[in-house]
Design a binder for this molecule. Structure first.
Ligand SMILES: *[C@@H]1O[C@H](CO)[C@@H](O)[C@H](O)[C@H]1NC(C)=O
Ligand SMILES: *[C@@H]1O[C@H](CO)[C@@H](O)[C@H](O)[C@H]1NC(C)=O
Ligand SMILES: *[C@@H]1O[C@H](CO)[C@@H](O)[C@H](O)[C@H]1NC(C)=O
Ligand SMILES: *[C@@H]1O[C@H](CO)[C@@H](O)[C@H](O)[C@H]1NC(C)=O
Ligand SMILES: *[C@@H]1O[C@H](CO)[C@@H](O)[C@H](O)[C@H]1NC(C)=O
Ligand SMILES: *[C@@H]1O[C@H](CO)[C@@H](O)[C@H](O)[C@H]1NC(C)=O
Ligand SMILES: *[C@@H]1O[C@H](CO)[C@@H](O)[C@H](O)[C@H]1NC(C)=O
Ligand SMILES: *[C@@H]1O[C@H](CO)[C@@H](O)[C@H](O)[C@H]1NC(C)=O
Ligand SMILES: *[C@@H]1O[C@H](CO)[C@@H](O)[C@H](O)[C@H]1NC(C)=O
Length: 491
């Protein structure tokens, strides 16, 4: 029960469900936490007038068993403020929710509110089933009870939900001719990609931000994630990288001394006394990986940690330097290491998703600042079996298209998708970084981090970020004019 590897746009929750880097690495996307709020410049949060609605959603889109007809209330939000209206066939931007409650989406996904006015767009945000308020079977407890209730929790059902909700919205608003662009970040960006592939008649294009859709089926080498984390730290500071690299054996050395664990507990100001060194290591792994993944302005956590480590007084030993790095990033107003933690719905839900249908193989190679730990599908599968009684099965793309060669599938069947990435994001190693065709476009930036482009604009944004967003908007405008001209031709 330690720290997960995150993958969320917004963030990852600090508690952990079943994984630790020292036992098993089940990668994690994540939701906004109180912690992340402190990382962001509050000016990047935007006000939203989104109103809440519920759709009577079908439990099972793919079967005709009696229980398939069961319904649940699925939450979605609409912001009407910028919309040009059905009469002008003004577009609809649909944010596809990912592995977290939808509550913060309108204020987080500033890209939509920033650009809605210039498109006269309606903004729609749809919550993913089994998260937030969109829970089947009446309660979280029932929904997660056993294999027969949790089995409806998967991405194929989720995008079928989105299709139904979007059809419903168009119908209710008499917006038959309004084109829809779907958008998502991280896992949500994967959903947007798959949605555009599977429901091309419902959307004219997709913006997939930081979506590591090549991280399945070993297309991306398993060690890539931690290689990028290491590179980020090394680029920030060679001495910082060296200190971190040497710290693991130092932790082991101290831990093996008589009284060693209480010395470590003291140095790291732990919430509870350590009874092994792996909870400390797990925490530090987690700290460094999220810092790299969310290495965003204005704080740039990697630099923050490194300035703590490098700035510690010269007589400090390695471990005091490491603690100084932790404090520089997270402060010292409360203890951080080995504290109480809750299993969040994101932790639980995403662990289920990565155990049932998405194995994202992530291991640690020999040339990082971490201790090597190759990915083992066998250990991973055992852990899933133990916790959920399931073994991972191939992703539905595999059965749908005869193999998870997603680039080939996209090349043959896909169009109008933007894949945006920031190369400092460790998950960008599993992203689409080359243009696949004329209208399957990769836009990446050297210094960007996880989902940075779909957050709100800020006056202090660097030029490369401004450029990336500008290109995205241009391409989306192109899709819309194309649609209007095709649509005119149909009449
Ligand atoms: C949802 O749909 C089901 C099946 O069509 C129906 O029985 C139920 O009354 C509906 N619930 C609501 C709240 O509209
Ligand atoms: C799972 O839970 C449901 C709802 O409580 C129950 O009806 C069903 O019998 C359970 N199934 C199994 C396999 O335990
Ligand atoms: C380890 O420490 C935790 C508190 O952090 C305690 O609850 C647990 O019993 C300890 N386990 C062992 C094996 O000492
Ligand atoms: C280390 O201690 C934590 C509690 O402090 C416990 O949850 C964990 O299982 C322990 N890990 C090992 C490898 O003993
Ligand atoms: C907390 O950190 C600040 C610097 O970040 C330092 O000035 C202060 O002495 C620290 N307090 C404690 C209790 O360590
Ligand atoms: C865990 O959840 C409970 C109930 O929501 C909350 O009161 C408590 O503060 C949480 N603890 C942590 C460490 O987040
Ligand atoms: C990493 O090191 C281990 C142990 O020294 C070795 O067995 C393994 O082949 C190395 N892997 C790579 C990719 O170099
Ligand atoms: C992909 O093509 C677009 C132009 O359509 C260009 O702006 C972008 O830089 C290209 N991406 C890469 C990775 O070459
Ligand atoms: C990326 O950031 C580094 C400093 O962190 C800077 O030196 C470099 O010029 C930046 N690269 C680009 C392309 O902006």
């Amino acid at each position: 029960m330690e720290h997960p590897l995150l993958l969320l746009c917004t963030f990852l929750i600090f508690s952990t469900y079943l994984t630790t880097t020292h036992s098993l690495t089940i990668p994690r996307l994540s939701p906004i936490s109180e912690w992340e709020k402190t990382l962001q410049d509050p000016t990047t949060f935007v006000a939203s007038d989104a109103k809440e609605f519920y759709y009577n959603q079908t439990l099972d889109h793919f079967n005709y068993r009696p229980e398939s007809y069961t319904t649940f209330q699925q939450r979605y939000l609409i912001d009407f403020k910028y919309w040009g209206g059905a009469d002008s066939s003004a577009p609809i931007f649909a944010y596809l929710g990912a592995e977290e409650a939808l509550d913060n989406a309108p204020s987080n996904i500033g890209f939509l509110t920033d650009n809605a006015a210039s498109f006269n767009a309606l903004l729609v945000y749809i919550e993913h089933r089994y998260y937030g308020k969109s829970i089947p079977f009446g309660s979280r407890e029932e929904a997660f009870k056993n294999a027969s209730t949790i089995g409806y929790f998967n991405s194929a059902q989720a995008i079928a939900d989105y299709a139904e909700v979007l059809i419903h919205i168009k119908k209710t608003l008499h917006a038959k001719k309004s084109p829809i662009i779907v958008l998502g970040g991280s896992y949500g960006g994967m959903l947007a990609t798959w949605f555009r592939l599977k429901y091309p008649h419902l959307t004219i294009g997709a913006l997939a931000s930081s979506a590591p859709i090549l991280y399945f089926d070993y297309i991306t080498p398993p060690n890539s994630y931690y290689d990028v984390v290491t590179r980020d730290f090394r680029e920030a500071s060679e001495t910082c990288y060296e200190t971190i690299r040497k710290s693991w054996s130092e932790i082991d050395r101290v831990a093996s001394q008589p009284n060693g664990l209480s010395i470590l507990s003291h140095i790291f100001n732990t919430c509870n006394p350590l009874n092994n060194s792996s909870s400390l290591k797990d925490y530090l792994y987690f700290l460094y990986t999220i810092a790299a993944q969310y290495n965003r302005p204005p704080r740039y956590p990697v630099s923050e940690i490194c300035s703590g480590i490098d700035g510690a007084s010269s007589e400090s030993n390695i471990l005091s330097k490491i603690y100084a790095g932790l404090v520089a990033y997270r402060g010292n107003t409360t203890c951080r290491v080995n504290g109480p933690s809750n299993v969040s719905e994101t932790n639980f839900g995403w662990t289920w998703q990565t155990c049932s249908e998405f194995v994202i193989p992530i291991g640690i190679g020999n040339n990082t600042m971490f201790e090597p730990k190759p990915f083992s599908l066998k250990l991973y599968a055992n852990e899933c079996k133990k916790h959920f009684g399931v073994l991972p099965r191939p992703h539905w793309i595999t059965t749908y298209y005869g193999g998870y060669d997603i680039k080939l599938v996209l090349k043959r069947f896909g169009s109008n998708i933007i894949f945006s990435n920031g190369l400092k994001d460790p998950y960008s190693s599993g992203g689409v970084l080359d243009n696949i065709s004329e209208n399957l476009i990769a836009l990446h930036t050297v210094n960007g981090s996880h989902c940075l482009d779909i957050l709100a604009e800020n006056k202090k944004d660097p030029e490369w970020l401004v450029e990336q967003r500008k290109k995205e908007v241009e391409i989306m405008k192109g899709w819309i004019s194309q649609y209007y001209s095709d649509f005119g031709a149909f009449k």
